[in-house]
Structure formats: structure tokens, C-alpha cells
Design a protein around this ligand. Structure first.
Ligand code: FAQ
Length: 322
């Protein structure tokens, strides 16, 4: 006898509760599929748009060593975007559709990439804080219920860890340098601190998706839990650098065993998410330009693939004849 949707959903949830991995060909509720397409494609978009603020500094890196590391990091982000688009495709959406949504401004990507990178110290701050926040968010995702996403996260996290270290090392070098260099590092921290806290998403009480995503084990920790972990890990790192986190309310709380921190400006966050951040227009324009400029490469690759296919068919015909 055919099972009802309610029975299928109960069995599906039981699999998740037992810690089983859900694979693309398995039955899944439509809402599970859709919310995974939403989160994983937004994540992929973030990796791709996230290349732009740092790519801005590749030609101006101060030494060959810095340039090599930055170039490798930006290329890694492209790779992350591609694994994540592939993982999303297994859920039944085409890459063209995802690109179209990104390029037309309909799809989201992380708020953090709508801030400008003004000085070389921003390369340090982005690696330290933005990749640092990304790791804290993504390590729990290596245990997310959807197999292709969890597996992509394992490799992504290894690479993010190198990115975080290269950023922190830039900060350390600047902080051990001249007064001007240290001031540059402090200025970068001042500008990137609050946007980094916003990366984790709205407070749990206002988060649309967290409750359901926790039940499906798409999310393994909530936005607020991850944000707190980030503050707890990052504050001692700032102390080692001798830098001050721009939050007068940041202090250790003996009772909770965590740092308390100040109020986040959520109106700024929503402005950025809605497309009115400092760099939203430039980011979208740069993505569209890269897409348009790459048209001839896509055409050439397709023409080559068509030719290969035609040659294969011709060979098969000849075999039949001969
Ligand atoms: N920016 O209900 P929630 C990286 C939206 S990768 C923009 O809490 P959810 C690597 C959210 O989509 C960084 N929008 O949503 C790198 C939803 O709107 P919707 C990206 C945001 O999904 C480093 C609405 O607000 N990482 O940095 C943001 O449960 C350096 C309500 O929010 C990931 O994507 C935001 N920050 O939780 C690359 C990790 N936050 O969709 C280059 C995977 C929330 O209903 C250089 N994603 N919104 O229209 C996640 O963990 C989750 O999706 C969250 C949001 C935690 C981001």
C-alpha cells in the first residue's frame, strides 16, 4: 500500500534523528529540498561574490609572498563556490537558474561582502574575522544532514583554516610594525568587527528558518550560539595582537563563562541585506561584468564539447560500417 506523505515525513525525520545522511536520490519533503536550495545556493553565491573584495588587492599586495597567498585564497573561494553550486544542482535546480538569480539581484549572498576593502590591513581583517566567522559557522555544517553539503564542507573548512591563518598573520605583522601600520590594523578591525558579527544572521528570536533547520539538522547550531562562540574565540586573539575590539560593552562574564557584548545595529544589517549597503551595487555590477566578459570562454567550451560529441558519433558510425 502507498504510504501517505505524513508517514513518509515521519520516516524521513526518523532517519535524520538517527544521524543518517540524506542523499540526492532519497525521498525528501519538498520544503527540505527548497530550504536546502535556498541556503546552499546563497552560500555558493557568497563564496563567489566574496572573491571580489580581496581580488581588489591582488595587484597591490606588498610582497610576492603575500600576493601568492592572496591569489591562492581567492582561487580557493572560487572552488568553494563551484562545489556548492554542484551540491545544489543535485537538488534539482540548474546552475544557469542560480546564476540568473544572482546576476539579476534576486538571490542573496552574505551581507559581509557589501563592505569595501580600503587598505592592505583589510586583507588581514577579512582573513582573520570573515574567514574566522565562516569557519565557526561551517565546522558544524560538516555534520549537516544533507550528504553533498556536509562533504563539501569538510574540504572547505580545511581551506578556510589556511585563509584565517594568513589573515591573522597579516594582522600580527602589521601590529608588530610601525605605529602607522598598527593604526591601520586597528582601523580595519574597527570597520570589520560589527559586520562580522552580523554575518551569523539575525537574532534567533527573529530568524525565519532556524527552528525548522535545527530539526532537519541543516543547522547544527543557532545564529546566536555561533555568534557567541565567535566572540569568545576572537577576543583573546585581539588581545594577542594588542588591538581593541570597538565595543565598550565587551567584557568577560564570570557567571556565564562567556563574553558579554554590545547591541548589534540590526537596522544596518537589514539595509545591507536589502541591497542598500556601501558596495551592493558595485558587487553586482562586477559579477555581471565578469559573466559578460566570460561569454566567449563559455561559447568556446560548448563548441569544443559539441565537436567532441560529433567526432565520437562519427567514430561510432565508422565502426558500424567497417
Ligand atoms: N547576509 O532565518 P535566517 C564565507 C537572511 S561564506 C545576507 O536566520 P538562515 C567564505 C537569510 O538568508 C559566508 N542575508 O536564515 C568566504 C534569510 O533570508 P531568506 C556565507 C542573510 O538561512 C570568506 C533571512 O536573512 N556563509 O564567508 C544573512 O537560517 C572570505 C533570515 O535569516 C554561509 O552562507 C547574511 N549574513 O541562517 C568567502 C553559511 N543572514 O533566505 C570569501 C551557510 C541571514 O529567507 C572571502 N549559511 N540572512 O530570503 C548559513 O549558515 C545560514 O544560511 C545563515 C542564515 C546563518 C547565514
Amino acid at each position: 500500500m502507498e504510504k501517505s506523505i505524513a508517514e513518509l515525513e515521519a520516516q524521513f525525520q526518523a532517519r535524520i534523528d538517527r544521524g543518517e545522511s540524506i542523499e540526492p536520490k532519497d525521498w525528501m519533503p519538498e520544503k527540505y529540498r527548497k530550504t536546502h536550495i535556498r541556503q546552499i545556493s546563497q552560500h555558493a553565491n557568497s563564496e563567489i561574490v566574496g572573491m571580489l573584495p580581496e581580488a581588489n588587492w591582488i595587484t597591490r599586495a606588498p610582497t610576492l609572498r603575500r600576493k601568492t597567498a592572496l591569489l591562492a585564497k581567492v582561487q580557493d573561494e572560487a572552488g568553494h563556490g563551484l562545489y556548492l553550486y554542484s551540491a545544489t544542482e543535485t537538488l534539482g535546480i540548474s546552475r544557469d537558474e542560480m546564476y540568473e538569480k544572482l546576476h539579476s539581484g534576486k538571490a542573496k549572498y552574505s551581507s559581509i561582502f557589501n563592505y569595501p576593502t580600503l587598505t592592505w590591513a583589510d586583507m588581514g581583517a577579512v582573513g582573520w574575522l570573515v574567514d574566522g566567522a565562516a569557519i565557526i559557522n561551517q565546522v558544524p555544517l560538516t555534520r549537516t544532514s544533507f550528504g553533498p553539503y556536509a562533504r563539501a564542507m569538510v574540504r572547505v573548512c580545511k581551506e578556510e583554516s589556511f585563509h584565517q591563518r594568513q589573515g591573522y598573520e597579516i594582522m600580527l605583522t602589521l601590529c608588530k610594525g610601525t605605529e602607522v601600520q598598527k593604526a591601520m590594523a586597528q582601523d580595519a578591525l574597527n570597520r570589520w568587527w560589527w559586520p562580522s558579527l552580523m554575518m551569523f544572521g539575525p537574532p534567533d528570536a527573529e530568524s525565519t528558518h532556524t527552528a525548522q533547520s535545527m530539526i532537519w539538522k541543516l543547522k547544527r547550531k543557532t545564529n546566536d550560539e555561533l555568534r557567541q562562540l565567535f566572540v569568545d574565540i576572537t577576543k583573546p586573539q585581539a588581545d594577542i595582537l594588542g588591538l581593541t575590539i570597538p565595543d565598550p560593552d565587551l567584557k568577560w562574564n564570570e557567571e556565564t563563562g562567556h563574553y558579554d557584548f554590545g547591541e548589534i545595529d540590526w537596522s544596518e544589517f537589514w539595509q545591507v541585506v536589502k541591497g542598500h549597503g556601501p558596495m551592493n551595487k558595485q558587487r553586482l555590477a562586477a559579477r555581471n561584468k565578469a559573466w559578460d566578459d566570460g561569454e566567449w570562454v563559455r561559447d568556446a567550451a560548448l563548441a569544443y564539447a559539441d565537436k567532441q560529441e560529433a567526432m565520437k558519433e562519427e567514430k561510432q558510425e565508422l565502426k558500424k560500417v567497417g
